[in-house]
Design a protein around this ligand. Sequence first.
Ligand code: AMP
Length: 284
Amino acid sequence: MRVIQNQKELRLQIQAYQREGKTTGLVPTMGYLHEGHISLVNQSKTACGITMVSIFVNPLQFNDPEDLRKYPRDTERDLNMLEKAGVDLVFLPTADDMYPFGEPLLKMQMPDLTSQLCGKYRPGHFDGVLFVVLKLLQLFSPDRAFFGKKDYQQLAVIKRMAYELSVPTEIVGCSLIREADGLAMSSRNVRLSEKGRKHATMIYRALKIVKKSYEEGKRDPGELKEIAWDVIETGSLNRVEYIEFVNRTTLQPVSTVSDDTVVAVAAYTEGVRLIDNLEIGDRE
Ligand code: AMP
């Protein structure tokens, strides 16, 4: 596994892959890896000859400096996991290498897809995501790039950006991976106490109850939202930020829940921001 820390070296390696006619897959991450990330790596390995991973805690996408400071980091552990997973190349740039002039002058925005859900509560977050993802796609020119449905809004925004800018990379959406107790895997889970961890499982429980209620005939998003909200906050350490019922593609709120609806949640458990979602119409 090759570990590269600067853009120049990366360019040379990418050119070498291209000369050899290899298909390449990219998995962008912020590190502190878990099985959710590895599932993206595995999907890339199945679809592409070369699998590349970037680890970069992108300061541009953190609207809360405290969240950036507390974001877990362990490069040695990450590299071990990636080596075991059979990754070919890891890119580990510094913020100075990515943003040599500090905050970029170019701004990217997609208000129609980011004024709701997480975008509403994290101003500027998706502008930072769009910027870094486009920059990574430029640097790697991968045939495919893999993103998790865990970050449902992020995937929609990136797909749209790639489409509108004719980015030749295929954007592949991958299933959300959960812990055995249903909690969506996240690098932030490590910040929860044992008790907090238990309370956090109420989030997925609420999503499953919503789905069951839908299957039993409930269609009113207001009513379903109230049910889910109550379930999550029965965990006394949980505070719901939002629960929204939106169309899978447009991310616009729906007035009647249908098979095309996704229910998305953000909640704080012990001050740690957790997100989760469920495509309601899917049979599991
Ligand atoms: P992050 O390191 O949190 O920026 O995540 C990097 C990539 O891994 C993103 O495309 C995420 O959507 C994806 N990812 C994170 N957690 C999960 C999960 N539990 N299941 C599937 N994909 C995930």
